[in-house]
Design a protein around this ligand. Structure first.
Ligand code: MRU
Length: 360
């Protein structure tokens, strides 16, 4: 498959027309308003990630790739050395915005490697290499999502019900998305699947983003509250669970949106296959197990206030608001990647997936 210039412009993250800012669809405004933002400053880029204006592990990685290029344009460093030191500071700053999704640090490291590997080049040459790498990260994501969608589609059949949690569609990635990819690809091919979208408390990515994307694509989608998943499964309406991932550890444990591990436990109870779908850029072989994944804690106001006309709890009420949880690999049927479907034992088979890279 070849990626077109339109594909690069159509996602939720793109390089602006004048190529001097990173463009995003502000995901906090959906589904009611389609607002585009053009970002040039490190602080506004940090805030966009932190506030979830740009969100979803692969989309954050694509954003970070372009961000490094745009920030490089504003550098006034005179030597390549000073340029590298200043870009490292900016990469560290952006990296501190959210800790869980590995794609952020992965993309920032990739851009820093471009600078380090070309120590002999001038600053303007380095800047053009950073642009090339940012486009490569974006292009590769489109290709990876397409392959994930193809592999995922082999796991289901016409009419199946798929339960998903959070949003791992095109807004969170590039084209197709990950967990939603098989559904969108199936739709293109006349294979209709039904989706049950968990609303995904507290930030409602399932309601605001997944059901929006699927409605617009003409997919049969039913929105449910998170606590309805058990009943929907018991009713026999779900033949598979497809969820995204923010970081997959070397043993197959993976972090995804808070509530994912509960869905996995329910799926096990009802004998429903449970898959996570993600690009190889989300697999962190340097992270041995889920215990080693840092889980982001967010503002309690997101639980008490954010979506209501008035507070839904007393100001003094304590809240615990972790953004992600870790699903144990024992609950996972398979990991659907761009390089194929990985089955247990995950520690052995994930190693094999990357063995080819080590041989290079
Ligand atoms: O806090 P969010 O909305 O960034 O959480 C996103 C998820 O948990 C997604 O499922 C994950 O990033 C995969 S997106 C392809």
């Amino acid at each position: 498959m070849s990626v077109t210039a339109d594909d690069l412009k159509n996602g939720s993250v793109f390089l602006s027309e004048d190529e001097r800012s990173v463009g995003i669809i502000d995901q906090t405004q959906l589904p009611n308003r389609q607002v585009y933002l053009n970002l040039t400053e490190a602080e506004e880029m940090y805030d966009a990630i932190k506030k979830l204006a740009v969100r979803g592990a692969p989309a954050i990685g694509i954003f970070a790739g372009y961000a490094m290029y745009v920030l490089a344009l504003h550098e006034d460093a005179e030597s390549a050395d000073a340029f590298r030191a200043s870009m490292q500071k900016k990469a560290d700053y952006l990296n501190s915005s959210r800790p869980t999704a590995v794609n952020l640090s992965w993309a920032l490291k990739r851009q820093m490697k471009v600078i380090e590997d070309h120590a002999d080049k001038s600053v303007p040459e380095l800047i053009s290499l950073l642009k090339k790498e940012a486009v490569a990260i974006h292009t590769e994501d489109i290709e990876m999502c397409t392959r994930i969608a193809e592999y995922g589609l082999t796991l289901v059949k016409e009419g199946d019900g798929i339960l998903t949690h959070c949003n791992a569609g095109p807004l969170a990635t590039s084209k197709y998305g990950t967990s939603i990819g098989p559904v969108l690809l199936g739709k293109e091919r006349g294979i209709d699947l039904k989706v049950f979208a968990d609303e995904t408390r507290p930030l409602l990515q399932g309601a605001r983003l997944t059901s929006y994307e699927l409605e617009r694509a003409g997919v049969d989608v039913t929105l449910i509250c998170d606590n309805m998943a058990s009943l929907v499964m018991k009713n026999g309406w779900v033949q598979a669970c497809f969820v995204g991932c923010d970081r997959v550890a070397a043993n197959g444990d993976f972090a995804n949106k808070i509530g994912t591990s509960g869905v996995a436990i329910l799926a096990k109870h009802y004998g429903i296959p449970f898959y996570t779908l993600g690009p190889t850029s989300t697999i962190d072989m340097n992270c041995p197990t889920g215990e080693d994944i840092q889980i982001e804690l967010r503002d309690p106001e997101e639980i008490k206030n954010m979506w209501y006309k008035e507070p839904m709890a007393l100001g003094e009420t304590k809240c615990y608001n972790p953004s992600f949880d870790v699903t144990d690999h024992s609950l996972l049927t398979a990991i659907v990647t761009d390089r194929g479907i990985v089955y247990p034992p995950f520690d052995v088979n994930l190693k094999k997936l990357f063995a080819e890279d080590q041989d290079k």
